[in-house]
Design a binder for this molecule. Sequence first.
Ligand SMILES: [Zn+2]
Length: 733
Amino acid sequence: MIMDRPDLKRLKNPGGFLRRAVQVVLCLAVSAVAGVMTFGAQETASQGTGWTSPLRYEIWVELDNARKMLWAREDIVWQNTTQDTVPDMLFHLYWNAFKNEKSTVLQESKQGSNLRGIEVKDGDWGWIDVVSLKLADGRDLLPTKEFVTRDEPAHEGDQTVMRIVFPEPVKPGESVSLKLEFESKVPRTILRSGYYQDSYFIGQWFPKPGVYQEGVGWNCHEYHLSSEFFADFADFKVHITVPEDFVVGSSGKLTSVTKDEANKKATYTYEQSRIHDFAWTASPNFIKVERDFIAAQEVTPQEYEDTARMLGLAVDEVKLSDVKMTLLIQKQHRSQIDRHFKALRTALKYYGLWYGPYPYETVTMVDPPYRTDSGGMEYPTLFTAGTAYFPTKDVLSPEGVIVHEFGHGYWYGLAANNEFEEAWLDEGINTYSTGKVLAKAYGPGAMGFGFNGIPLNWFIPFPKGYDHEQNRAAAINIVEYDPVLTPSWKFYSDASYGLNVYMRAATGLVTLERLLGQETMARVMRTFHTRFRFKHPTSGDFIAVVNDVTGKEMSWFFKELFLDTLNFDYGIASLRSEEKQKHIRGVFDVEGKKEEMTGKKIKELEEKESSEKGGGGPKSGDTGKTYVTSLTLRRFGEARVGKEAPLKVLVVFEDGTEESRVWDGQARWIKMDFEKTAKARYAVVDPETVWLIDSNLANNSYRLKAVRSGVWHLAAKLLFSVQNFLQAVSGLM
Ligand SMILES: [Zn+2]
């Protein structure tokens, strides 16, 4: 999902704009498994069917455009791959979040600290009803159906999680086959699903089992306002029936089309193995454009070699496959077709090279149906982008969204962490990797400020910046609200959720990259992705990979920056340079007598020493004097660097010489003295800005004379201007 950047078009409604400026918009034939009730059958997942996953769906769905309804049948085969005996099954029924104001989503949207006031107008509700649920042998499970709400705080009356009980528990290794019928009212677009006029975006729409975790049970959270999803990898075959003039786009690969001329309908069948969700869209207003990503044309042999060397892999291991790219775009956005494909090819290339080849044959990008508000969202092998009315090259829209949403295919899609519980593993990692791809392919972009859709940078030269600069500026004020690692629905507000899991996490990862070096970080990311593709990694798994690849114990980094709410801020408290006194005033014992050294005597001594030294006075640059420079560094924040990662300190003197030292950063402050023949010009702590996450870069450098601004001031200028803006905004949260 994307988290929209502040958009000045909302200035039309200034209160609304400020309130929303940090708004998180966010972002089989089963019958072939003959038998079909296979308790005790010990079948393997793919036995005789070509299926590869222990979970399989075949769904027949018809869109009723006139009544805004879906009529569907769904066959599910689930194999118990754990050592537990499983008595029941929990299903997500996400669209019941839009059924009435008792839903968890609508209750959460009214809570004080949330900015997203989600309102459903009369008549716009959506819901899903399971009207039949049987085992394949005909035994009826519907009487056991109940809705459960297990998350805290409880939202009684929510109907987004359904539980059923099996007549006999499913033993380890056994499979269960279920036959469901469900009907759904499509909501007027809300949380990226729904309809506007004849255009539909259908996501999170079918009854979907939670994830069974051995020894724990079903992981099946309610639909929350600030949360995305979690599901098991599965094989899908979905038959979608729509009015014949509709253009359909879907997860997976189109395997057949049948027309029903008499009823003016068409049925499209899509299939895909090893994905954990399935979304589709239908509208008579799409133009469908198909192009090929041909790896041999996109990547040069040299690029393969460089990548392999960087990652420490063989060239064969980094080779990419060809991919069929499909774009469904609104007719009025026709002029942006090339821009869409260029961005997608860029994403396929760099995500593929850096993190691992894209493993599916197809990818579909959707320029969402007008006013369905379904842009900027990821689904397996399909994502939605979104275009501005007046696209401008500087703002990297739609490029940024395309790279970001495609990129989710790697984290949310292929690694598939639990987004309810550890959203940063998807959004944070993906925001970090989006920034890297965009920087590589496009260089810095301007922030997307606009007024009524017209980009403000047509008129005002907004500073351009890399994503990591913009992310940092947005993230540094949010630390005190929540740790990055917080269950999605337990954040202080949806703004805290968004700024923490996207931008603060991404800023932490850029910091980690600067600490480890680009090559090591590239290997960390590659190893994490390769090791956990088609698994469900946790934050602990990520940290273990960092420790593994670096050969260091780096857990402190995550403890300080991700698991707590500690502000990170090192800086310089004071810098002074004073001439060293050769002679000291006062009374001294000299050969048994008390002698006073007076100011007058010192002056005379110094004049004498000076004339003895060179006659013609000091040589240029050598005043003959010695200066003591005294530097005091402080740890203004609670967060600490690890002892293995001391802070660098640099002092530059007026004669152009420099001196570097390190500080382990553990105490609250340290004083350092330097004895030189020149005064200090300025001092900088962390001169390479390794610690991008430092919340106040202004105090990182200190200049004795207020003359030309230093390099660090220039580098930080953009960060400050953006930061000030966001500070003003975040004060309203
Ligand atoms: Zn996202």
